[in-house]
Ligand binder design. Sequence first.
Ligand code: SF4
Length: 357
Amino acid sequence: MSDIHENPSPQEIVKSYLDVALSQAHEKPANSEQLCAEIKADLKANDAVLVAHYYTAPELQALAEQSGGFVGDSLEMARFGKQNPAQTLIVAGVKFMGETAKILSPEKNVYMPTLEATCSLDLGCPVDDFSAFCDANPERTVVVYANTSAAVKARSDWVVTSSIALDVVDYLDSQGEKILWAPDKYLGSYVAEKTGADVLLWNGSCIVHEEFKSRGIEDLKRAHPDAAVLVHPESPKPVIDLADVVGSTSQLIEATRKLTNPAFIVATDQGIFYKMQQACPDKQLLIAPTAGSGATCRSCANCPWMAMNELDSLAGLLRTLGNPETEANEIHVDSQTAQQAMKPLGRMLDFATQRKG
Ligand code: SF4
C-alpha cells in the first residue's frame, strides 16, 4: 500500500490559504450597528474626527468615511488631521501614527482607541540603540521610515513613507550622500537596489509583510494566470521580484483602479481590501499566501496591532472623552522631541510638495 499523497489542486491551495487568512479576522460585536450610531453621535458632540488607516477593520474605515473623517496611509492621516478644523483627532491605527498626527498638530488633542497598538518596526528600533548606530556612522545621512517612534524621528535627517522613499533616496544619492536607513531592511534593500545608492541598513522587519511567501504566490498565480500581483515593499525580495506593481498602500489601491486585470493577488494587510473593493468593485481580490499549505503563521496578512482598534474600545473612549480616565488613551510627545522630529518630517512634506508642483 502506497502512502504517497497527491499534491493539492491549485483551487485547494487557494482555499486553504483563504481559510487560514479568514480565520484570523476578528469578529464584529453583535451590537455593531448600535455602536456605530453611538460613535457617530459622540464624534459630533465632541468636535472630534475619526482618522483611520487602510489596515484597520472595514467597519472602522466605513465609520471614518460616514462621519466626515478620513481613511488613508500614515502621512495622509496626519495631513488630514492638521487641515481638518476639529480640535480632537481620534486616530485608529498604531501608535507612531498617533504621534505623527500630534507632531503635525501640537495644538490638538489626539487620542487612540488603545495606545497598546504598536508596530514591529517601531518596537525593533529603540532610540538608544539607534542613536548609537547613527553615532557610529556620522558620515551618513539618516533616513528613517515613518514607522518609527517620535524619538527616532527626532534623531533623523529625513523621514520618508513608502510612497516617497525611492524619490528621496534617489535625490540624496544624486547629491553624493551616503544613507543610513532604518528600520525596515526589506524596504531599505528595495530602495538601495532601485536607486543604486550606498545604503547601510538597520535590521528591522514587519511581521505581517515578511510572512508572504513567493512559492505560495506562484501557486496562486498558476490558479489565476490573469491576476496582477501587487506587493508592498516591506515584503521580502523573492516576493517583490514576483510583483507587477510594487508600491505603498495608496499606490497599490491606485493600481487596482488603473490596471485592467480581472483579479489581483495582494501582498499587504487584508484591511486594504475595503478601499480596493471601492476602487474595483467588479474584480476579484486574493490575499497573497503567508505560509505553506497546512502551516501556521503569526500574522496571516492581518496586523495584530491594527486589529486592536475595535468598535467597543472606540465607543468606550468617546463616552468618556475629556474625563481623567481617557488620559491613558491620549498621545503626548514632549515639545523638544516634537520640534526635533518636525524638522525631518517637514523636509519630507516640502519635498513631496515640490515634486507635485
Ligand atoms: S502591518 Fe507591519 S508595518 Fe504596519 S503597523 Fe503592522 S507590524 Fe507595523
